[in-house]
Design a protein around this ligand. Structure first.
Ligand SMILES: Cc1ncc(C[n+]2csc(CCOP(=O)(O)OP(=O)(O)O)c2C)c(N)n1
Length: 652
């Protein structure tokens, strides 16, 4: 933004946020706001001071208590109030409401209703600025309680390691919901956390907009000079309850009194000697302005219910033209992924490839070998062991138009950072009605191999496929490893690609033809009319093996490789079901709640299909995965298990 902070202007800006929030409270009482709102009463000087010195093009990601930040960034107050009241003309069309709103046009990339989750994303936004050498800085604000989130520390470690131009703004109001900071956090100054991570860190009076502005100005200069990040702890106060209906039964009266004595509006009047008459005039003018906004919001319509399904994904793209002059090579699966990444890095400077051990060493399975040497450490790099920071930074970089491809070393590890996929990446397009999107690719490998333990064996595709807003693919051949990786990178939405460790050395013919397809479509690997084996990933080979052996016994099976579980190729499934009328669904994941259950349900819901046998699911029984190969062999489905299931379906 950048504006003059003379005392009267500053007072007007603080008053505007104060009265805006009080009006929101009123609208809530009148029944115009569904759910809760979290007001920034008492904390107004922080956004007002900070945004007076940031420049157009700088970016802000705020705490969920972020109305003041959106206003200070220059958002239209009417559209903002309309969003808080979930109206059609709100900044997010009523999809975000109070705690997730965003106004990217003014550099306000959004609040976050998951405590601390915005910091890794902010680090990624900053990484994009650094990579593109824009000279822009990123400010992310969060509460004192958020500092105790793992992802917060991960983001600071990530930003510190990479010298990212990000200003971490901790708004320390002494409370986390209903719990005082003294009950959860040791030590007086939270800025010491930043220091401990090697970050330039300061404690600042958050009730004085001029002190805030000075601190943020210095921090921005540090970042612009390439010496970021900076951590600023602003001591502030919460003048209201945690949320609009909080009666603060837990809060001592003296704490409330002390907070009121620190009211930034009173402080500014005292420090700058603003005459009572001037202050009152400003307050009257602002009150009239805010009242008029509220009057308009009261009359605004709710969003049209018929639009509720829109903007989950970008509209379907058409498949790209293959390079017909391309060579075909016999290569292993891992090398096929490597060549796809190489192709993407080569043709597009916005592609980044990173993760744990991904850069110099080339990944623990060699998938990214040689890429750092070829494309440099800025584009292919190693990260701290910080999965939330890996995923969140990818989202942030993608918001800025980059195309990050990140690796989660083992699928089992994604659980420590699932928030960044489920609550963050999956929401971006929908909440922003396609004004922002997060086209990231997350690669991971999964499954059972001899000796892999319960924490290195799980097949997690059903968990991820459950999440609307992301896509999930499982390549089963070297050709698909190449083509699906490129399709994922080309895709305008977040994509998870799950490889199976046991397949990395499998070889096959791969046409190195660049992008040839979109992230969609199943493939019939074998044709037969007696029974359909529907499968994906590592079980495709077992299903084909089973089908060949069944053929010797006169049973002709179709093997349908789904390839993508989201989007699911319903037409291909329906086609084989109608033709064969007997279906076995096979996966290596455990049975209950596995993706086979979803397929079985869909098949049972198909109209006018006269199945000759109920769908049979083949999967690992519901148990933890033991490490001993003999125990694993007793559990993991094979071609034999599929043959048994087919025989049951044929005879029972
Ligand atoms: C990951 C996560 N855990 C818990 C919550 C519930 N919650 C919402 S606000 C809040 C308190 C946050 O305190 P702080 O970070 O100090 O911010 P403040 O409320 O003071 O602005 C909590 C625990 C949440 N939204 N996200």
């Amino acid at each position: 933004m950048s504006y003059d902070l003379n005392p009267h202007d500053a007072y007007r800006r603080l008053t505007f946020i104060r009265k805006f929030e009080e009006q929101v409270l009123e609208l809530g009482k009148e029944g115009h706001v569904a759910g809760s709102v979290h007001l920034c009463l008492g904390q107004e000087a922080i956004p007002v001071g900070a945004m007076s010195v940031l420049e157009p093009g700088d970016k802000v990601l705020a705490t969920y208590r972020g109305h003041g930040w959106a206003l200070a960034c220059g958002a239209d107050p009417l559209a903002l109030m309309a969003e808080i009241a979930q109206r059609a003309d709100g900044v997010n069309g009523g999809r975000a409401g109070s705690p997730m709103l965003s106004v990217p046009d003014v550099g306000f990339l959004g609040e976050n209703s998951i405590i601390g989750a915005g910091l890794p994303i902010a680090a990624g936004v900053a990484m994009a600025q650094q990579t593109r050498n824009t000279g822009r800085v990123v400010l992310t604000s969060f509460g004192d309680g958020a500092l105790n989130q793992g992802g917060t520390t991960e983001a600071m470690v990530f930003a510190s390691t990479r010298n990212l131009p990000v200003i971490f703004v901790c708004e320390n109001n002494g409370w986390s919901e209903m719990t005082p900071i003294s009950a959860t956090t040791r030590g007086e100054h939270l800025a010491r956390r930043g220091q401990g991570l090697g970050i330039d860190s300061h404690v600042v009076d958050g009730q004085d907009p001029v002190a805030v502005a000075d601190a943020v100005k210095d921090a921005a200069e540090t970042c612009r000079a390439g010496n970021g990040p900076v951590f600023l702890e602003f001591k502030t106060t919460r003048l209201s309850g945690h949320y609009n209906k909080d009666v603060q039964h837990y809060r001592p009266a003296e704490d409330i009194d002390a907070a009121q004595r620190q009211d930034p509006l009173l402080r500014l009047r005292e420090i700058e000697r603003i005459a009572d008459a001037d202050a009152e005039r400003i307050e009257t003018e602002v009150a009239a302005e805010i009242a008029s906004l509220a009057e308009q919001v009261r009359g605004m319509p709710a969003p049209d219910p018929s639009t509720a399904l829109e903007h989950l994904y970008a509209d379907a793209a058409t498949a790209p033209q293959a390079d017909t002059t391309a060579t075909t090579k016999e290569i292993p699966f891992f090398r096929a992924v490597n060549l796809a990444l190489q192709h993407a890095l080569d043709r597009d400077d916005d592609v980044l490839v990173y993760g744990e051990d991904v850069g110099f060493a080339g990944g623990i399975f060699g998938v990214t070998r040689g890429l750092q040497k070829q494309f440099g450490q800025d584009r292919v790099f190693d990260t701290p062991i910080s999965e939330a920071a890996i995923l969140g930074s990818a989202i942030g970089a993608a918001l800025e138009g980059m195309r990050p491809v990140v690796e989660i070393m083992w699928a089992d590890f994604v659980f420590v950072a699932l928030d960044q996929i489920v609550n963050q990446a999956a929401n971006v397009r929908y909440v922003n009605r396609s004004k922002m999107s997060a086209p990231i690719v997350i690669r991971m490998q999964q499954g059972v191999t001899p000796g892999s333990c319960a924490q290195h064996s799980q097949s997690i595709e059903a968990i991820l496929s459950h999440i609307p807003g992301i896509k999930v693919g499982l390549p089963a051949t070297p050709q698909d490893a190449y083509a699906m990786t490129l399709a994922a990178i080309d895709d305008p939405d977040p994509v998870v690609l799950i490889e199976h460790r046991s397949m990395y050395q499998d070889t096959g013919e791969v046409a190195l033809a660049g992008s040839t397809e979109t992230a969609s479509a199943a493939v019939e690997r074998r044709h037969g009319d007696d029974i359909a084996i529907v499968t994906w990933g590592a079980m495709v080979a077992s299903a084909l093996d089973a089908a060949e052996r069944l053929s010797d016994n006169g049973i002709e099976a179709t093997v349908l490789d789904l390839r993508w579980l989201r989007p699911l190729d319903d037409a291909a499934i329906e086609n084989v079901v109608r033709r064969c009328r007997r279906v076995v669904v096979a996966h290596q994941a455990t049975q209950t709640g596995g993706f086979g259950a979803e397929l079985s349900a869909r098949i049972s819901e198909m109209q006018h299909v006269d199945l000759l046998h109920p769908v049979i699911r083949v999967g690992t029984p519901d148990v933890r995965m033991p490490s001993a190969p003999s125990l694993q062999d007793a559990l993991v489905p094979t071609a034999d298990t599929i043959i048994d299931a087919v025989k049951r379906a044929m005879t029972e």
